[in-house]
Each structure stands twice: as C-alpha cells, then as structure tokens.
Design a protein around this ligand. Structure first.
Ligand code: MCN
Ligand code: CUN
Length: 787
C-alpha cells in the first residue's frame, strides 16, 4: 500500500516553515535597491523646501553647477519643458514633481542634483539659492476651512477653497429616525493623529535609461511594480513594453512604498537626460517629512442607543487632512477609503457617514501604515465609540458588544453601509479572549486596587475588517481592476517556478506562496521557487498592500495550481492507461479508482509532460491564472489589554495583552503570528509614543527618531496570541483570509480603552493618541478630555 503524503511534512498549508528569504536577510545578503550598482552610475540628491507655504521668487543654481562632479541640476522650470513639473496622482489629483510656483509643505521637492557621488550632490543642493516669499500656513482642517484661509491649490482651475471632496454613504433619513427613537445618544469627538510607517529602508530608485535599446529599467522600492510601470508609461509617455520596473528586496513597506514619489520620477528623468544610470537614496528625515503618511483624521460621531444596550443607529462625520496633494493610492470609488467598514461586526439597523477631505500645508498621504485603506481609523473610532457607549449606559463593555454582535447565524450579513460580511464567529472569539485574560477576576482586582489608590484598567477591541480588494465590480485604481495573478511552471523533474503579481516587503511570500502550491499539487515547498516584483517576468498584478496578497494573489496561486493539476490528470490517465474519469487524486499523486497501488506521482506526470505526452496534447506543464475575487475576506479579531496607570506621572504600563485572531485557514502559522506581533507592536507605538505633528509655521515636529519613537523590544510588552478560532472564508479557494494589518487596525483601541477604563469616574471621556504621560496626567488632574 502507498502512504499518502503528510502535507505539513512537505511544507504545505499549516506548516510553520522557516522563512526561506531570511537565509539571505540575516546574513546581510539581501539585495536592496541601494545594493544595486551599475556601470557609470551617478547619484541624485533632492533639495527640499524649508518652508511650508511660500511663493518661489527665484532659484539660482549657478553655484551648484560650478561644483566639480556635478552633472545636472534639475529645477521645476526645466522639468516643465518636458511636461514633468507636475504628475497625476493615484487619486486623480495632481502633484508637483519639482515646485515651480509655490512650495506647499515643508520638505517638498524643489530641485535635484545629479553628481558623481552622493556627497557632492548633497553639497551642491546646499549651494542652490532659493528665494521664498512666505505665505500664511494651514496645518489642520479647521484652519483649512476658515473663511480667510489661503487657497493652497491655486494651481487648480476652479479650486476656490481647500476642500478636496465631500463624500457620503448610508441612509440619512433612516439614521435620523433611529436617533429620534433613541433612549440615549452617546457622542465622541476624536482625532486619529498622523502616523508614519517608517520602514527601515527609506525610498530609493536606480533608473537606467539605455539610449541604444531605448529601454528604461528602474530598480525601486515599490509595493506595486506594475502600477508604477503603468504610471510611468502615462507620465513619461514611454511605451510600456520598453519599461521594466524591478522591485528587489524591500526593507519594510507598511504602505509607505505604494505611492509614486517625485524622487522616483526625477531619477528617471535625470537618467533619460544624462543617458546614465541615476541612483536616488532617500535619507531618514527626507522620508519622515515627505513620504506618504498615515491617518490624520478627525471624527465626530454619535450612537443612538436603547436603554437595554441595543445600538439603533450610528452617525459619523470625518474630516481627513490630506496634506497638499490628494495622492492616496486607494480604490477610486471610495474617497475616504473603506472608512464605511466601521461597525461591520455589529448588527446595526441604520448608519450614515459623511466625509470631507481637505488640503493643508503638510506632506501628502493618509493611506499607509497597515491601514487597509483607512480601516484602521474605522475600527479605532468604532471601538472607542462602543467602549464609551457601554460606559454611558452603565453596561459592561464585553456584554454590550455581545448584545450587538452580528450572530453566527446571521452571516452572510449586509451592513447598512453595503458591505457583505460573509463569515465569522464574533462571540466565540470574545469568549476565548475574556477567558484568556481572566476578565471577571481582573474586574475584581481593579476594584480592590482602586481602594488602595492604584488605577488598573481593561480595554477590549473587537472587529472585523474587509481585506482583499477587490472584486472588479467595485475596486479599481486609476481604472485598473484590482485582480491579481500567478504563473506556474512545473519543470520536467517536478521542480517548479512560481511568479506572482504581488510583492513582499517582509511578509514572507517566498515561503508561503510555495506552501499553497504544495497544498494543491503535493510538490514539496522546497522544490518551488517564488519570484515577484519584476514587471518583465511577473504576470500583471496590483501588488501588495491592504493585506490583499493572500486573499487575491494567494487565490490566483491556488487556481493556477489547479489548472496544472487538471492537465497532470490527463497525463496520469495516459500513463496509467485508463480513462480520465477513472483517475483519483490524493496529495501529490493520481491513482486508478479502486486500485490505490496503481498510481503515478505529480513528478512523474511532469516528466511525461515533456517526454511522453498523449497524441495531440501540447507539451509542457505551465499555466497562469488571473483571479478576480467574488468578495473581500473578513478576518475577525479580539484584542484585550490590561494596564496600570501611575496617577503621579501619567505613565501607563501594559500588564497583559491577549489577541484572538481568526483569519480563516492559516497557511503558515508562524508567519501569521509574526504578522500579528508586528501589528500589535505598531498599535502599541501609536497609542503610547509615536508623535509627529506640525507647529504653526508648518514645521514638522517629529522629523527624526529622537522625537518620533519606534518601540524596541525593550519598550514593547509581551503579547499572548490565540489561534483556536478558525472560520474559513467561504469563497477563497483555500479558505484563507488576510492578516497583515489586523493587529495594527484593531490593537490601538484596546490600549486606549484600557487607559480610559483606568480613568473611570474621573469624568474624562477621551484622550487623543498618543497617550503620552503628560496628556494622561493632565486628564487626571483636570478631569477634562485632552486633544
Ligand atoms: N498568511 C498566512 N495565512 C493567512 C493569511 C496570511 O500564512 N490566512 C501569510 C501570507 O502568506 C503572508 C503574510 O501572512 O506571507 C501576510 O499576508 P496577507 O495578510 O495576505 O498580507 P500581505 O502579504 O498582502 O501584506 C500586506 C500587509 C500590509 S498592507 C502592510 S502595510 C504590512 C504587512 O502586510 N507591511 C509589512 N505586514 C508587514 N510585515 C513586514 N514584515 N513588513 C511590512 O512592510
Ligand atoms: Cu495601508 S498600509 Mo499596507 O496597505 O501597504
């Protein structure tokens, strides 16, 4: 008798395979953009504006040109002669590549220098003389909307104020009725502050235009190489087949590397002008002040409540600060991302959301840092509101959630904002979390501690989020539908090459994608090489962000593997000399129905595809698949934190954090845990310490790592992870849901709710993040909210 393959043993789904990419990363042998050195390569440096809002009166670059080793000084005026002073953004706005008329935020690109080495280029930037005429500065929506506010985007015909858009979704009349019938209305005003993804590797590009072949090759830090190729084809008017975008190893992306930045465009233009490779490596401060940031959203919200704890309706108004250009990379139909995914795990009859985007004198962005297109804000606001509503009603917050959850038998559940939440076990996850943290016991401890003047608190965050944009009916970026793709070649010895349209920045795709092939075909994962990120070889895909890779790209890998299996079945029938209908499949092997010993392995079929195919069959064993997902995937999570607040100093310590994540089938449980721990660390950082803000003149405060704090292993508390609840996605071919952002999305509210819980009875309803000790102390001292 044959013995079926052990899936975990061959590195299939469920195997905590060690990450294959780490072998080169931990040896210092990763190949990042800065490791790319081409013959004759020159170096580019960007001159950034010191002012947040100013008219450019003149730019004198003559001294820079005189410095030996300088090859080119590029200004906006010169770029304009090539029609490249401005570029389109991924949200149908325009963005200055190099400023010509005004600078609109501190750090904006004003000129760039190309020289023999990066130090000469930097010195030459310092030698450029720019005369600025300061203009009034706007650093938040309130100022942007004021009567006398300066119009930041006076370059745009018809733009008379600073509003970018108004957007609305839901049922206004129904929601008004729900509020009219409410026993009680719970209100909250919050700010989710600007946060910064700060990957270890900043943005970088090496552009190489070859006049002889007319081919442009760009090595760059991008999460979405095919989108960049499309954008370059449109902006630079180069033929698409003559553009090759290569994303080598990336040292962290976190959404920072989705937008198209002026630095990329300048390096390309300079390479075309000089006919030499041009490298641009952004420095840390350049990255912190100019790169696509996250959040910066103000929220006014109300919940209509019945005395027994039932939520009758929700009203949300959001003001989003987009900075000087609306450059978010997000599905074009949704102006404020998926903010309307708020409350998707609660059964709420009526909801209405209005949103307004504004321009300010700050760097552009809004969609980054593990945000799932602003789901981060949605879930934070939701869980803060739910916590406060429970307190206002005097109902235990866990019990309050239970009374409002979508019940297991209500799935698929249509939310009042129109999403179809197709699966989940909210109550079960909550039970596991409460049990793990010892909820009842902690509440007693908290009461006891109070008597001795100690402030303990417990905070819950429960959420489901939409991951895997998305189906072509609703999701596109610049009109390109958000499908993804995979191409699989099984060689004659049964080893395989898999190419996918996604692009890992640290998520471990080289490891997990092979596991899906292994699961579908029984080929050991170690026999599958995974490649991503080169537009000349990878099939067209939309890239990696919004935790879409597993839901969309991962599904494409399943589908292409199944196409391969279908052909292999024909080969097996031929080898076994039976009809195809009599061939059965078990992992890695076909056999004759009823005669399990008579079989052939997938490897034998592969060999036959090149050496012994049936008459009329096309040779080879390779295929590709494009996958358009029928729906998003809906992972569910419960995060519960316990904290102690020091009343003397406002410092708070995390006592425990329990995470229960249900992301359906886990391909690689170890990698999933790594994703959750990373997300929780960021959640802790945002709630506790990370602070980037702007003074009245628009100077960026927090533009270095002395001020903008990244938590190290020293500050970060321990996390207890639970994986026992598994609700497979009903439509994903292997039942997997996304996980990459869940903990960063749901985590912050657990920490903040815990601190607010510790402040019970003080009258304080809210302290805006980050909950720095001085803010908590001020709240304790005054009994007032701190924003
Ligand atoms: N996975 C799994 N089983 C599942 C779901 C996922 O084994 N049920 C695995 C995947 O195969 C993949 C990883 O977990 O190896 C993350 O998968 P997924 O949830 O599909 O997310 P993406 O691969 O699309 O990653 C994007 C997401 C985002 S949007 C940000 S931002 C973020 C994040 O991933 N940036 C990261 N995690 C990061 N992790 C690292 N190390 N570096 C970043 O820049
Ligand atoms: Cu919004 S950060 Mo991730 O989607 O690349």
């Amino acid at each position: 008798m044959t013995k079926a393959l052990d899936e975990v043993g061959i590195g299939g789904i469920g195997a905590s395979r060690k990450r294959v990419e780490d072998s080169r990363f931990i040896r210092g042998q990763g190949r990042y953009t800065d490791d790319i050195v081409l013959p004759g390569m020159l170096h580019m440096e960007i001159l950034r504006s010191p002012m947040a809002h100013a008219r450019i009166k003149s730019i004198d670059a003559s001294k820079a040109w005189e410095i030996p080793g300088v090859r080119l000084v590029l200004t906006g005026e010169m770029a304009a002669t090539r029609n490249l002073a401005w570029m389109p953004t991924l949200s149908y706005d325009t963005q200055a590549v190099l400023a010509t008329d005004k600078v609109r935020f501190q750090g904006q690109e004003v000129a760039c220098v190309v020289a023999d080495d990066p130090y000469i280029a930097k010195d030459a930037c310092d030698a450029i003389d720019v005369e600025y005429e300061p203009l009034p500065v706007v650093v938040n929506p309130e100022q942007a909307l004021a009567e006398d506010a300066p119009v930041i985007r006076d370059d745009k015909a018809g733009q008379d104020g600073n509003v970018v858009y108004h957007w609305e979704v839901g049922d206004k009349a129904g929601t008004d009725r729900a509020f009219a019938n409410a026993d009680r209305i719970s209100k909250l005003r919050l700010h989710y502050p600007r946060s910064h993804p700060s990957p270890i590797e900043c943005c970088a590009s090496v552009a190489d235009y070859d006049r002889a072949t007319q081919k442009l090759t760009v090595y760059m830090t991008t999460q979405a190489p095919h989108i960049v190729r499309a954008a370059v084809a449109m902006i630079a008017e180069l033929p698409e087949h003559m553009i090759r975008i290569v994303s080598p190893d990336i040292g962290g992306g976190f959404g920072n590397k989705v937008p198209v930045y002026p630095g990329y465009v300048c390096s390309i233009l300079c390479s075309i002008l000089l006919e030499r490779p041009v490298k641009w490596i952004e420095d840390k401060t350049g990255n912190l002040i100019s790169t696509g940031f996250a959040r910066d959203m103000y929220l006014d919200s109300e919940l209509a409540l019945r005395e027994d704890g039932k939520i009758l309706g929700v009203r949300i108004h959001a003001d989003a600060d987009h900075g000087a250009f609306f450059a978010d990379a997000q599905p074009s139909k949704f102006k404020i991302g998926l903010l309307h995914s708020a409350f998707a795990c609660y059964d709420i009859p009526a909801a209405h959301l209005t949103a307004r985007g504004v321009y300010t004198n700050k760097a552009p962005g809004g969609v980054a840092y593990r945000c799932s297109f602003r789901v981060t804000e949605a879930m934070f606001f939701q869980e803060r509101m739910v916590h406060q509503a429970a307190k206002d009603l005097g109902i235990d917050p866990a019990e309050f959630r239970r009374r409002n959850f979508v019940r297991a038998d209500q799935f698929p559940y249509r939310t009042p904002f129109g999403f179809l939440v197709d699966s989940g076990q909210p109550e079960k996850c909550l039970d596991v979390g409460l049990e793990a943290i010892g909820y009842e016991n902690f509440l007693k401890q908290k009461e006891e501690a109070r008597k001795r003047g100690r402030l303990l608190g417990i905070g819950i965050s429960t959420m489901t989020e939409p991951l895997g944009a998305g189906n072509s009916r609703e999701y596109d970026i610049l009109g390109i539908k958000m499908f993804d793709s995979a191409e699989l070649r099984v060689h004659l010895t049964g080893k395989a090459l898999l190419r996918v349209g996604t692009k890992s920045q640290g998520q471990g795709h080289e490891t997990t994608w092979a596991q899906i092939v292994s699961h579908e075909l029984g080929i050991p994962a170690e026999d599958v090489t995974v490649e991503e990120g080169d537009t000349d070889t990878a099939p067209f895909g939309m890239g990696t962000y919004a935790s879409r890779s597993t839901p969309v790209g991962g599904a494409a890998i399943s589908m292409v593997s199944r196409k391969i299996r279908a052909k292999a079945r024909k080969l097996a029938a031929h080898l076994l000399e039976v009809s195809e209908e009599d061939v059965e499949w078990e992992l890695g092997r076909f056999y004759v129905r009823g005669v399990p010993d008579r079989g052939v392995t997938i490897q034998e079929c592969a060999m036959a595809a090149y050496s012994n195919m049936p008459d009329g069959m096309e040779p080879g064993l390779e295929n590709h698949a494009y996958y358009d997902p029928p729906n998003l995937t809906w992972p569910f999570a419960v995060y519960i934190a316990t904290v102690e607040v020091d009343p003397e100093s406002g410092v708070w310590d995390v006592l425990n954090l329990v995470a229960v994540d249900d992301c359906g089938v886990r391909i690689n449980p170890m990698i999933v845990e790594g994703q959750i721990m990373g997300g929780l660390t960021e959640a802790y950082a945002m709630s506790n310490m990370q602070f980037i803000t702007f003074d009245e003149e628009g100077n960026c405060v927090g533009s270095n790592y002395m001020d903008y704090l990244l938590p190290t292993a020293w500050e970060t508390p321990g996390f207890e992870l639970h994986s026992e609840v598994v609700t497979p996605s009903p439509h994903h071919p292997i039942g997997a849901k996304g996980i990459g952002e869940c903990a960063a999305v749901g985590g912050p509210a657990a920490f903040v709710n815990a601190v607010m819980d510790a402040l019970d009875g003080t009258g304080v309803r809210n302290i805006d993040m980050p909950l720095l000790p001085d803010r908590v102390w001020q709240a304790l001292r005054t009994g007032q909210d701190v924003s």
